[in-house]
Design a protein around this ligand. Sequence first.
Ligand SMILES: NC(=O)c1ccc[n+]([C@@H]2O[C@H](COP(=O)([O-])OP(=O)(O)OC[C@H]3O[C@@H](n4cnc5c(N)ncnc54)[C@H](OP(=O)(O)O)[C@@H]3O)[C@@H](O)[C@H]2O)c1
Length: 288
Amino acid sequence: MQTVVITGGTDGLGKGLALHYLRQGARVIAVGSTPAKGEALLAEAAAFSEGGRAVFLRCDLTSVRAARELVTTIEGSCPSVDKLVLCAQRYRLFGPRTVTAEGFEHSFALGYLSRYVLGHGLRPALESAPRPVIMNVGTPGIPLGRIHWDDPQLAARYSGTRATLQSFRANDLLGVAYGAVHPETPVRYVGYNPGVVATGMPEHLPQPLRTLTKASFALLAASVAKAVTPMVRLLEEPPGEPFTAYRTTRRLPLKGASFDRDAALRLHRLTARATDPARWPPAAGPAT
Ligand SMILES: NC(=O)c1ccc[n+]([C@@H]2O[C@H](COP(=O)([O-])OP(=O)(O)OC[C@H]3O[C@@H](n4cnc5c(N)ncnc54)[C@H](OP(=O)(O)O)[C@@H]3O)[C@@H](O)[C@H]2O)c1
């Protein structure tokens, strides 16, 4: 039986994929921070997934420590992970800079660091599977934003948009670096931009952006059911190269600053230091 781990697996695209893989007979571990959403997923899945194949793990992925504990919990409960899908996200485009208890700017922590920790942390479990793949769901192909090397936590010049765009670009580089630092790995890393999809994402935006986004979704957005079809195709048949990037069905050229190898390795080194296990030792107690 395949094991599919999906962060943000309780809502939107992640939930769409979770239900798809449960219907296909896979074991699905859906991660989210809200217990009620996890319970709703399990209730929906109960109709067609017997034998405890649907698992919800509550975890606040703004925390490096919690992400590391999640890796330990997953490793302890499954011998291998076939697919890791990274969807957890919460945009903070407006408002003051927020710093996590561990001292990281919110978008950097949730949008990027959690994906770094899970992708690298679950590598041994992924490498135990016959055809492992990581899909990092974000916005490759959008040429906006950059890494602020002199101040990645944006302590001096914060704006929500700048932080969000930086986390997007950091994920492009994360995919590039993954294959570069693990040249022998069989894990295929796919950066994936789903296009505009009607999910619950606007619910967390402030007004009037919430209403505007919902209106544009009503006109332009694909349904979750439609959007997950090409994602599943890639998850089932990932390309042979270590890293590829897609916008819906279109493969993107790995050119420009977003996919620069030197920048990717620089960010990898910076992130490895920031998330050093010696700095964030696991606390007692597993993720629940
Ligand atoms: N929808 C689009 O049009 C679109 C376009 C381009 C890219 N994307 C990308 O696609 C991915 C999925 O987006 P979506 O629209 O499906 O999002 P969504 O419907 O808003 O779902 C977000 C998921 O992330 C989880 N999450 C949020 N904060 C979390 C935290 N602190 N810890 C753990 N989980 C957390 C949520 O669960 P809880 O609320 O329980 O925490 C939820 O399951 C994102 O990476 C997004 O950037 C989406």
